[in-house]
Design a protein around this ligand. Structure first.
Ligand code: PLP
Length: 385
């Protein structure tokens, strides 16, 4: 591959052209999918190509990683088989006995794993409201706390944590800061520039954007010993993303900017209109001036407040489930960050122990015409007014 780009090209330009890489043998503008699992050793027993075996590394995966590192302003990036494998690889690269501080409100799958599995493995997991910086500071145990994990905006309430302030608190106690930035996307927020050490994405969501790839990404501020340990975990456990998925992810990321801008505009418009709806008690969206995290979001999110919002229905759980049952255009499905708009009753997924209110519907705004989205949603809500 040749890198035919100038360093001053914007991230949007670099993503659109997949860094401008050209496949040298063919001069193709699209990278090939490297599927080989093994590579020829040189006659003198060396591996000068740098390619040995497919479990620790893959050329197509490396192409996608270079794009993510560029988008995040990172020293390096790593792709794994899912967002969960990316997140858990970070925690499993700590040592049993280490203390970690994680948010009360976060992606339910990781919250569940941290409470049930990470603790069984030996991590001491402490859940705090990371939006409350005094609570975060009080949770730190200098010398024992090795990692602070944030998610902002966080599932499914879209609360906002001040990344720069949390980084200062974590670092003062000798801990690293990692941020699940799935819903912010590298377009809106770049946590490494705000002091975070590691950024994680479920690339299944906005990065790929088409609901057809499961993938996870990590990006790092420094290629240090901790990063090397995560790479070792990925290689040993065989958690690397498969080459076809990496290729599809490269294709998806070419339109990241267009998709995220469209989703943000739709989410903002829907949040404003739904705020006045008689069936809705609360609209949770960081773009609304009344949202408790709005001022921080204005500082740490550029160009929009994300494509995710939630609504809480006056009629409670039954009304929420019934309204979701009446949509036609919105798709009643889990996940987020695709081009199609999704609606979900989160309580049904998260189950007992979740902080998610049962009257809540989570909305992932896609890129469709906002008038169609609004009409479909208000028709579905009409029955619960
Ligand atoms: C979906 C999601 C994950 C998990 O990612 P998978 O790719 O489904 O494993 C983690 N964090 C957030 C915020 C998510 O939305």
């Amino acid at each position: 591959m040749t890198h035919e780009h100038k360093p001053d090209w914007s991230r949007r330009t670099l993503a659109a052209q997949a860094l401008g890489h050209i496949d040298e043998p063919s001069r193709a503008v699209v990278p090939p999918i490297h599927v080989a699992t093994t590579f020829i050793r040189d006659p003198d027993n060396q591996y000068r190509s740098g390619n040995i075996y497919g479990r620790p590394d893959n050329l197509t995966v490396r192409e996608a990683e270079a794009i993510i590192a560029t988008l995040e302003g990172a020293a390096g990036a790593m792709l794994l088989g899912s967002g969960m494998s990316a997140a858990t690889a970070v925690f499993l690269s700590l040592a049993p006995g280490d203390h970690v501080v994680v948010p009360e409100v976060m992606y339910w799958g990781l919250r569940n794993w941290l409470i049930n599995d990470a603790t069984a493995w030996g991590l001491r997991v402490e859940l705090v409201d990371t939006c409350d910086l005094d609570a975060l500071r009080a949770a730190m145990r200098p010398g024992e706390t090795k990692l602070v994990w944030l998610e902002t905006p966080s599932n499914p309430m879209w609360s906002i944590t001040d990344i720069a302030a949390a980084a200062a608190i974590a670092h003062a106690a000798g801990a690293r800061l990692a941020v699940d930035s799935t819903c912010a996307t590298p377009l809106l927020t770049r946590p490494l520039e705000l002091g975070a050490d590691i950024v994680m994405h479920s690339a299944t969501k906005y990065l790929n954007g088409h609901s057809d790839v499961i993938a996870g990404a990590l990006a790092t501020a420094a290629e240090d010993a901790f990063w090397a340990r995560i790479r070792r975990t990925r290689g040993m456990l065989g958690q690397i993303l498969a080459p076809l998925e990496a290729f599809m992810l490269i294709r998806g990321m070419r339109t990241l900017h267009l998709r995220v801008q469209a989703a943000c505009a739709n989410a903002m418009e829907l949040a404003l209109r739904l705020s006045n709806h008689q069936a809705i008690a609360h609209v949770l969206y960081p773009g609304l001036p009344g949202h408790p995290g709005h001022e921080i979001a204005k500082r740490q999110m550029q160009g929009g407040f994300g494509g995710m919002l939630s609504i809480r229905l006056r009629g409670g759980e039954a009304a929420a489930i019934a309204a979701a049952g009446r949509v036609a255009l919105w798709k009643r499905a889990t996940s987020l960050g695709g081009v199609e708009s999704l609606i979900e009753h989160r309580g049904s997924i998260e189950g007992a122990g979740s902080p998610c209110p049962l009257d809540l519907l989570r909305l992932s705004a896609g890129i469709e015409d906002v008038e169609d989205l609004y009409r479909d949603l208000t028709a579905a809500l009409a029955g619960s007014a």
